[in-house]
Design a binder for this molecule. Sequence first.
Ligand SMILES: [Zn+2]
Length: 339
Amino acid sequence: MTVVAGVDLGGTAVNYTLITGDEKFLIEGLCEHPARSKEGPEICLQQIEDGLRIAVEKAGLGLEDVVVVGLDTPGPASSAGVLSAKGSTNFVHKDWAGFDIRDGLAQKLNKPVTYLNDGNAGALWGHFSLFGASNQATSISAIVGTGLGGGVIVENSVVKGRGGFGGECGHVLLPYQSIANVPGLVPHCNCGRTGDLESVCSLTAIEKNYLPYFFERYPDHELARLGDIHKAAKLVRGLAENGDPMCREIFRAQAHGLGLFFDEMINTFDPDALIVGGGAIETGAGFQAWFVSEIRAGMPEQREEQAGIPIYIMPNGDTAGARGAAIEALKTGRQGGLI
Ligand SMILES: [Zn+2]
């Protein structure tokens, strides 16, 4: 049987999936192997190959059955998969600087390899889960984690951009002054901007911007008394889900920020779907539904056809990268007549 593999290279682990020509995933849940990326390209690429062999054997196949491999990694990297010459937090070894990881893996495996950054791979998985691999749909995904990642898929093609940062929605500026119930909040982002999406909607936003702001209003809150803002930030989601008023306000403000961003995307792309994923909404269905309704509430008044564009929750957060990478590779395999 011919299949396509998806390989998600994270900071510490490589996660694998396999997809068949009729769009069925052969691996349920996580299939991980240690990444060892700190030890440089040579060891890491060998790790990727070793883990891939284990993954295909688990599915009762051999490496020769894999006709295309889709790779995704954290950035910064070019759209073709050349890692930044300045290095990055996930690729600290000096040999990674300017390394063409897509080509390196293609040579190692002697197979065609496609490349996406992890945000775009996650977005493609969300898109596929709604529309399948053969469609002409347009979707915008926002993945709310430590930072804010995402992706823009226009008529089934991932917008990678000239330098590889297309669809990295986190640093798009918003009219944050119109977010309800946070007058005087001036949200700063690590990138240097004030009031971009990541500065109002991410775990970093909670730690850097919301908690210092809300602790002035709620000086006796249990998180203020904790005395460790980094730890406190991670507790906000759970407390919000349990109805804590301050933490609900923080999540409401994040949702409204996301609403402003989605409104900009609606006016730019007229998409078929808006998709939200990431750790922030790895919660019960009730909280997810509330969050989505608050995203909607944060949007300015829209024309009827704009207000009807659906907002979805992205499924299976943990495997999103590998699955998105596999879908990109499946498209390439089909174009090349390989599958
Ligand atoms: Zn920013």
